[in-house]
Design a protein around this ligand. Sequence first.
Ligand SMILES: [Zn+2]
Length: 703
Amino acid sequence: MHGSYWSLVISRDALMETYSPPPATRTPVSTNIILLMQSCPDTCTGANCHCASTAIPGGIKPEDAPQFIVLTNDDAITTISHPVIMNITEKFNNINGCKMPATWFVSIQYTDPGLVQDVFVRGHEIATHTVNHVSNPDVNEIVGAKRWLNQTAKIPMEAIQGFRAPFLVFTPDQRAVLNSNGFLYDSSISETYPTASSPARNEMLWPYTMDYGIPQDCGISTGVCTAQERHPGLWEFPMWTIQDSKTNAILASMDPQGDQYELYKAELDSRLSGNRAPLGIYQHAAWLIADTNRATQLEKFLTYASQQPNVWFATVQQVLAWMANPVPASEYQQACPTSASLLSQLPGAKLCIAPNNGCVYGTWSTEQCRCACQNEDYATRSGYCLDEAGSCTIQKGYDFDLKEYVCASPSTPADGPSAETVAPPAVQLDKAECGHSLLQVNGLRISSKEPSPTQYTQAVKGVDGSCSTCAVVDPVNGSAFYTAQLPASETLTGVALLLGSDQTVDVRVGDSMDGNGMTNPVCASQIRVTANSPMVVTCGAKGSVVTVASKGGLQVCDLYPVIPAAASQEDDVAPTTVVVQMTFVGGGLSQARDVWAPAVCQVLKDITGDASATCLVRSVESVDGSLRRRALSAAGDILGTFEVTTINPLALNLAMRRGQDFAAQLQQVDVQIDPASVSAAVQTTPTTDSGDSDEGSLTPSAG
Ligand SMILES: [Zn+2]
């Protein structure tokens, strides 16, 4: 029933009639290629058959034809790629008020099914790009992706119509698989000009069905196609190349180098003055991430495009639907289903929209249908909270009463105009006895031998100023000891104690660590302590070591020295700047600079427990001078230097001394450092807190 061979020249002559006026210049067409072309009969019409042609469908005049612009993104839909594309499409509307849609060629590996649903519910098109992004995919790779999108992401089978070959390596076999498995179209074959199928930039090939072969010049592509193959009803949506305006040199069919605004504007202007073949913006999210100028340029182009008459942003499927039933632009009604109606097509799915900006400091949780922010579940760690857009951009605050990192309630303004309006929190009975953190004592040693980081961390809990965390001290040979040693320059005259259990303890104050602080005490007393009731033991003499001992185990929840008043002047402490250095492991320079360093700075600030502390990233640099972006396998390549200014430098020094613990804390925010590389040095003292620096005084003014 199909007709005999005829020449493309004839169809081009027919095409001339629909043009007014015809393009000024024509590039001579290679007769060799034309001879390969098969005829396409007049009976090839409608949704299932469309001849390869530069003619506008339906004989519509160029000025009446819609100019379609199709944005596609390839590869996995992840928390990284999703916001990059959404940040663009959500900014633009069609003239019917609907958001600009995109077509996503999804490779399944690494794809988050919840994000696929999010994309679908926003009116975008979900298409396939194999399961594992392999070249020369077999039927399992091609059809498997469609099945996964349907079975796991719940996208209706009939909505998944398109395919793009990974690496654009396409073959006749692939197209045969597509055709026998219910696909509507392939979009893999590059189309350039001037060629037999696209004589000029303003006269480009329209999409077509492969009933009568493939007229394109696959010699310029990375795949194989022939004029002889037949795939009835299967559309090819060409990948029109972006070419240099002056030289016609082919730049790329995807991710073209150069100013994105200039490149796409030149292509669009040509089409608007020509046969209005669709304009493809074929990009990868990673391409846009790699240089943020590209998104800016692209948005500039889309702004320009949206101001041109009859321009429509469309998916591939929407373009093909129009071609099956072409109407003038003035009559065009682009389908624009609501999110609710699209959602109703997803069995069992709930409306779950990820923030356009991504989660930032967090990861998208499909189960919870929201961003899970870094460390949000850990009251003892710094981290991030949800902002109003649902991204994790708000840093946790530190509640000095709860001694926890907390997320402010979203309805509360971050900073009230006046501190006086904030009501003081309820005071616990033992509140006044807690919070005298021994950790702030310069040169403190705890549990003298510090046998392991774990035990050390455990021991620290008893002096961390928090009454809610208790050091659990296991007995050795029937007795448990808990010892804190002040530096020689400090003296104590007693100790305040809060234990987690009722017991009798031996409290001794001495001036040496002999016998675990028990030998030759300057004073000693045996007292009965009630759980969670602060007890103060004073001593007439002065010492520097305090030991609490008991038969059986101990739970030391708070322990702090009673220091003679003259030595205790915490109010006027001048801030000190501590320079902290560490080596990042892996990740690469940009990762270390943009992601890790800010996170480290936040952790460093938090460690001080000082609300007014500041942290500055002084430098993040490649030690050997090479700027390697890729993941590095060896440690020691990227050195981070930070400046923390705080009234509590000791806490930092303690943390740095325990590099292993510090590294573990950073791992909680996905930062990798070499624990052995951590160092801290006190660099400068006082920072003037007034703008008037003329006084030149090194000591804080009493006023
Ligand atoms: Zn790909």
